[in-house]
Design a protein around this ligand. Structure first.
Ligand code: DGJ
Length: 711
């Protein structure tokens, strides 16, 4: 709801209030919901601005920086008008959130140049996340250049610590906390993607609670925190201004990507708001709330070395264990016998597929599994028919040796011809195979950013606009298909992609111990139904470590479950274990994929960690508790569950796991389960620990309400 009183706007979400004074471009309040409106004017102090510019006597990090036609960089945007819109405006060419809610439009004009800045705030009826976006319109008769246009500026009062999610390939989104001292701190990405290294989801933790921010964008981004001497902490998020210089011709507009923000008393509260928001206002289409199939993917099982017989063998074994979808990964097309060649040649390798994609897909379907396909549409191998025919499609600087990563180049998606080619080629793959699932991979970062006729400062963003044009066209064409994004694992896991792909491959690291942290870090900003999580073979392909099959399953239940192995190599006992796992998963799939998600313990720093998913009515929960290592003579590992009804009685039953002799069961009040210590007395009795070098101790519990009231 948005209420107006003169130039003051009160934006209310279910649990928060944001108060904006439009004429002075100020925030008067943002935080826990105010029960009464009050006189905001009287409590004004340090101005907390919603925009900041350069050229006057403000030397803080600006939200907007322009090069005017007169050669100067000074701007003086002043208030022009405001409007409350009933429909949320779309952002042309860019992904954004959707849904019922009101939008406040604020217009500021730089009088000397006539350039107009619009800032939009959308409040959804059912969620605390507020969507913010900015647009610049050049109403002058001369061109100007944008050097920075933040999507969102929020000024906070007081001291804050910053939480970011950083890492690398196979180590994505590790939680990092920093105390902000006075000065400027920022994280960014410059490699063309939201990146493995620094996710755009960030939090600022203060005395009153936690503010969280994210960007609906998959390219270069920057999140700035400035702890000012005045006692104010500025937060800016948007497109990275590094290598950014956008020419805005007269009569043109530039849309910055949408940013989102929320406030909650603690980190769990932030996650629950972000999860609900993504589930309701970011993910779209048929699969928005639909339970995701259990899949088998052949990548770690075969890599490029497969033929029809091998694939059908895996499919049969998978079907027997209860798998629902077979995903054919890299290596099915052109001359793709290894990483060195064939990207771009999206025609069937008859030899490896045993007669073409349709032929293979039909055989898989005859076995009783749906068919899914892997593609890497944004790339080209120099050793490919596509490159031989269209070398100009590749992104490279003329006259220079291109940087090769994984022996491949990127396509120049800023070029419309290339975009159209990709749409045609990939649509044809999906149509001719009848795939119901597509894994969209992206296995290198952008280097040599260059497109003929495109100014350097515009290239990265024009690539993203081209990318979004492609994915929106393809996903619209195939509305029934479940899309999973992938970028060498989780290198482009962001809200922009989740507007098109309902789920994302979280990481190439499938080692349970490593995955626990990667998924835990990811879960701060993203819900479990968006995280691809697979059980793979041991010793693990990346780390060389082993973990019991049951442990690997438990951890994979923190996301959308799949198996990534050659299932024909499983022993009879292992097949039985997996069959029971999948049976269990299907029974509790709804709560695991779409329940309210809570992190348990402390994955980054503690010895006990885990997660639990709770049904909306708090009647059923599945919890996974893990212990990193046995500390001899140390404290007995214990956990506090979360999200239950404190006044109800629950039965807590350990799932029967092949690596534990017993499956304890007890009843207790919800209050005790959440506030007391539930000791994991038998956690070290894992019977397979001696065979498993990486042994992470892990138990799964089914928690069901048995009595409404505790008496
Ligand atoms: C990287 C992905 O993350 C893997 O799962 C696999 O699809 C390979 N690419 C294939 O090249």
């Amino acid at each position: 709801m948005i209420r107006k009183n003169g130039s003051i706007f009160c934006l209310e979400t279910p649990h928060t209030t944001l108060v904006i004074k439009a004429d002075t471009a100020e925030y008067l309040y943002y935080g826990k919901k105010l029960v009464s409106a009050g006189n905001f004017e009287s409590c004004r102090g340090l101005p907390c601005k919603l925009l900041s510019q350069f050229g006057q006597d403000d030397y803080t990090e600006p939200s907007i920086l322009l090069e005017n036609a007169d050669g100067g960089i000074s701007t003086a945007f002043t208030f022009s008008k405001s409007k409350i819109l009933k429909e949320k405006p779309q952002i042309p060419g860019l992904p954004s959130s959707y849904g019922k809610g009101k939008t406040l439009e604020l217009k500021y004009v730089d009088e000397p140049t006539k350039v107009a800045l619009y800032i939009y705030y959308t409040v959804f009826e059912d969620n605390d996340v507020i969507a913010v976006s900015s647009k610049l319109f050049n109403a002058s008769e001369k061109e100007l250049h944008i050097r920075r246009l933040a999507s969102l500026q929020l000024d906070l009062l007081g001291d804050y610590s910053v939480v970011t999610f950083e890492g690398a390939f196979a180590r994505e989104r590790q939680k990092v906390s920093r105390t902000l001292n006075k000065g400027v701190f920022y994280i960014d990405s410059k490699n063309g993607a939201s990146s493995h290294n620094r996710n755009p989801f960030v939090m600022a933790k203060g005395q009153d609670g936690v503010y969280a921010f994210n960007l609906v964008y998959s390219g270069n981004h920057k999140e700035i925190f400035e702890a000012c001497e005045s006692g104010k902490t500025r937060v800016l998020t948007g497109i990275n201004d590094f290598m950014f210089r956008w020419m805005l011709a007269p009569g043109e507009q530039f849309d910055a990507p949408e940013a989102v923000m929320c406030f909650a008393p603690d980190e769990d509260g932030v996650s629950s708001q972000m999860h609900a928001f993504i589930g309701e206002h970011i993910v779209r289409g048929k699969w928005k709330k639909k339970e995701r199939p259990v899949l088998v993917n052949n990548w770690e099982g075969t890599h490029f070395d497969f033929n029809e017989e091998k694939l059908l063998g895996i499919a049969r074994a998978a079907k027997k264990a209860g798998v629902e979808l077979f995903v054919l990964d890299d290596g099915w097309f052109g001359n793709r016998f290894d990483e060195h060649r064939a990207l771009g040649d999206w025609y069937d390798n008859i030899e490896k597929t045993g007669g073409g994609l349709k032929h293979l897909a039909d055989k898989i379907r005859e076995i009783g599994l749906d068919f899914g396909i892997w593609v890497e549409p944004e790339m080209i191998s120099e050793d490919s028919d596509l490159f031989r025919k269209h070398p100009e499609f590749a992104m490279r600087v003329p006259g220079r040796e291109p940087t090769r990563l994984r022996w491949q180049l990127c396509l120049n998606l800023a070029d419309e011809k290339v975009q159209n080619y990709v749409v045609r080629a990939i649509s044809d793959v999906i149509a001719r195979s009848g795939a119901t699932y597509v894994k969209w991979d992206y296995n290198r970062t952008l280097t040599d950013p260059f497109g003929k006729g495109i100014p350097q400062g515009e290239y990265f963003h024009r690539y993203m606009l081209g990318y979004y044009r492609i994915v929106s066209r393809i996903t619209e064409k195939f509305p029934d298909v479940l899309f999973e994004g992938c970028a060498g694992g989780g290198g482009r896991f962001d809200l922009g992609n989740l507007c098109y792909f309902q789920q994302y491959w979280t990481s190439d690291d499938t080692d349970a111990r490593k995955r626990l942290k990667i998924q835990d870090g990811t879960s701060y900003g993203y819900p479990q139904a968006t995280m691809g999580a697979h059980v793979s073979a041991c010793p693990n392909y990346h780390t060389g470590d082993s973990n019991p099959l049951e442990t690997r399953f438990n951890i994979a239940c923190g996301g959308v479950l799949g198996y990534e192995m050659d299932m024909t190599k499983l022993s009879v006992e292992e097949t039985e274990v997996i069959t029971r796992q999948i049976e269990f998963y299907k029974e509790y799939r709804k709560v695991l994929q779409f329940g309210d998600f809570y992190r348990l313990g402390n994955a980054f720093g503690g010895n006990v960690a885990g997660f639990m998913s709770v049904s909306k009515d708090k009647g059923t929960a599945v919890a996974v508790v893990t212990v990193y290592e046995q500390i001899f003579g140390g404290p007995a590992p214990a956990v506090k569950f979360k999200g239950l009804d404190p006044s109800s009685v629950y039965e807590v039953k350990a799932r029967e796991q092949a690596n534990y002799k017993k499956a304890p069961c007890f009843t207790a009040g919800g209050g005790f389960l959440m506030q007391g210590n539930v000791f994991l007395s038998d956690i070290y009795e894992d019977t397979q620990r001696r065979e498993n070098s990486g042994c992470l101790y892990s138990r799964m519990f089914l928690i069901t309400k048995v009595k409404k009231e505790y008496s």
